[in-house]
Every structure is written in structure tokens, then in C-alpha cells.
Write a new protein. Structure first.
Length: 95
């Protein structure tokens, strides 16, 4: 299955998108196993979340498509902003 595309998503991950994009830029274009090793030794907290999604994509490819995880390459990795929670209107109540 040459050219097979596997996707994995993480939704509503706490943390700054800007910090996660810095981590994602380091692993974009690398082999999946090489990227996981790189992320394992990073001190950035966002590296754990990015590594978790990469491990999920590799596991999905091996289980659902019968692909070899050693041959996988990270073609694209996108970090978008999560929806912000609404703020409460705390005008106070009269006594």
C-alpha cells in the first residue's frame, strides 16, 4: 500500500497552540519512530501531546491497514486553536 494516508486527531488538548506548533515543526517530515525518539527527550510539555497523537496514528495504521509502523513518515501535522470557554458575566448581586 504505497502512498496510504493515515490520520489521527486530538481534540481540545490543553496548552498553548504556539508552543505545540514549535514542537510540531521539529518532527514534520521525519520518520514516525525517529520523531517519537526526538519527542521523548524534549523537556517541552507539548511534546507529550504530540507524541501521543503520533503513537495513535502508528497504531491505527498497523491495526486497521496492516501497514508497517517503521515505514511511516509524518507528511503533515497541523495544530489549530481550540475553542475558548465563554466568560461568565459577574456583575454582582445587590444586597
Amino acid at each position: 500500500m504505497e502512498g496510504q494516508l493515515v490520520k489521527a486527531f486530538a481534540v481540545r488538548v490543553p496548552g498553548s497552540p504556539q508552543k505545540m506548533r514549535l514542537v510540531a515543526d521539529l518532527v514534520r517530515g521525519q520518520a514516525a519512530n525517529e520523531a517519537l525518539v526526538t519527542l521523548k527527550f524534549m523537556t517541552n510539555a507539548a511534546a507529550k501531546d504530540v507524541a501521543k497523537v503520533i503513537r495513535t496514528a502508528v497504531a491505527n495504521a498497523e491495526e486497521n491497514f496492516g501497514m508497517n509502523g517503521d515505514d511511516m513518515v509524518i507528511k503533515t501535522i497541523m495544530i489549530d486553536e481550540a475553542p475558548m470557554p465563554g466568560r461568565k458575566n459577574s456583575t454582582g448581586t445587590p444586597i
